[in-house]
Design a protein around this ligand. Structure first.
Ligand code: SF4
Ligand code: SF4
Length: 397
């Protein structure tokens, strides 16, 4: 028996229902062992395993090369001490955790990876990848950072063409345009399925919590079995009679900022335990990468991929106006009552950009704003909870 919200470590988020082991939620509760089993089985069949570190990497190209794309982002505090032997302690925990897994050889996906694709995003991740490349085969995509500059897009297109050639040469497979189109169609289906599920949060009384919704994703993308489960989850939740009435009703939260890798969901747990409902999760583990599809009808599939991924509103871009546009849109569609901006400690790009998000929330959207700056240690949980409760009191007043 699995109970909605049972991932909570910091209290009891409002739960919407009880689920049996046969439900889609139970499927995703076993996501890591299942992905591991899949990766081992596919590797045994000869399929290469390719690790990715960021949402800018088009999984479509990896799938088109016959390889298995696996997310390697670390969400565990336990691997950080090992990482700090090489990395500065005042570095983003996501970077340290990812690197710590490598050093301590405790991420089985990383251990079986044939290649890691890294990108020039933030300085910390870029330089960590440099160290990583001393221990594991790696290719680096150079990400230009002016999102509205046609020359920058042209450079990104050229980088993706290089990645296509590199994957084909490394794994000894031709990658045809049709191969890429097939993987584009598969990833579009995955994005649509996850988007449909997320749209249930637009209900006045959403049928699941933000934490439950966050559980619906896999470390390995493009698995048909997952697509069936997303659809089953949507069928299941849309037929629910919404959450039992809570008094006072949960505050509708738009959460933005840094991604919460698997295992690092603590900030969201705190928010929901304090009486909030994260109805719109804007970050890279939420809506940001799944709102746009790739144009399957484009004559040049690489250019179509480049256009989709280059539009991702990450704080490493300058100016990153698209993030503000996205927040405006989500605030309207999900009728959010406040904005909570999560910044991992020492993440300079999201930290600095928070000034613009605060102004947008307070001055333009007219809703309260709170920035949470934290890391993977639970030591500040009570302090954050107090600040979140104060924010919700402001909203309710
Ligand atoms: S926040 Fe930016 S750097 Fe981090 S995973 Fe998302 S796109 Fe990549
Ligand atoms: S959270 Fe910030 S510092 Fe950490 S990897 Fe992402 S962009 Fe870089």
């Amino acid at each position: 028996m699995s109970t909605c919200g049972d991932r909570s470590q910091s209290g009891s988020p409002a739960t919407s229902c009880s689920l049996t082991a046969e439900t889609p939620r139970a499927w995703f509760d076993h996501m890591i062992p299942r992905c591991l089993e899949t990766a081992r089985a596919e590797k045994a069949k000869g399929r290469p395993i390719v690790g990715i570190l960021c949402e800018f990497t088009p999984r479509e190209l990896i799938l088109a090369a016959g390889a298995v794309p696996v997310c390697l982002c670390g969400g565990s505090a336990q691997t950080i001490p090992a990482a700090e032997e090489d990395l500065p302690s005042n570095l983003c925990p996501l970077i340290k955790s990812t690197y710590g897994y490598l050093i301590s050889k405790t991420n089985p996906f990383l251990e079986m990876a044939d290649l890691v694709v890294a990108e020039t995003t933030c300085d910390g991740k870029k330089k960590m990848a440099e160290l990583m490349s001393e221990r594991i085969p790696m290719t680096v995509l150079e990400l230009p950072q002016k999102p509205d500059d046609p020359d920058a897009l042209a450079h990104w297109v050229a980088e993706l063409r290089k990645l296509r050639r590199e994957l084909a040469a490394r794994f000894g497979v031709p990658i045809s345009d049709d191969d890429i189109r097939r993987s584009m169609a598969l990833m579009n289906r995955e994005r649509r399925a996850r988007r449909k599920l997320a749209e249930l949060m637009q209900w006045d009384r959403p049928p699941l919590t933000g934490l439950e919704l966050l559980a619906f994703k896999s470390s390995i993308s493009g698995q048909e079995a997952d697509l069936a489960q997303y659809e089953a989850a949507w069928q299941f939740y849309r037929s629910q009679t919404a959450t039992p009435t809570q008094s006072p009703p949960p505050v509708r939260v738009l959460m933005t900022g840094v991604p919460m890798a698997h295992g690092a969901e603590r900030p969201l747990e705190i928010i929901e335990a304090a009486g909030g409902r994260v109805v719109a999760l804007e970050n890279c583990v939420g809506l940001k990468p799944i709102l746009e599809d790739v144009d399957e009808s484009a004559s040049d599939p690489i250019e179509a991929l480049a256009r989709k991924y280059f539009a991702l509103p990450c704080s490493v871009m300058t100016r990153n106006d698209r993030r503000l546009d996205l927040i405006r849109r989500l605030a309207r569609e999900y009728r959010t009552e406040c904005v909570i901006d999560l910044v991992w400690q020492a993440c300079l790009t999201y930290d600095i950009e928070s000034a613009r998000i605060r102004r947008l929330a307070r001055e333009e959207l007219g809703i309260p704003y709170l920035k949470i700056e934290t890391d993977y240690s639970p030591s500040d949980t009570a302090r954050i909870a107090v600040r979140v409760q104060a924010l919700f009191e402001t909203v309710r007043r």
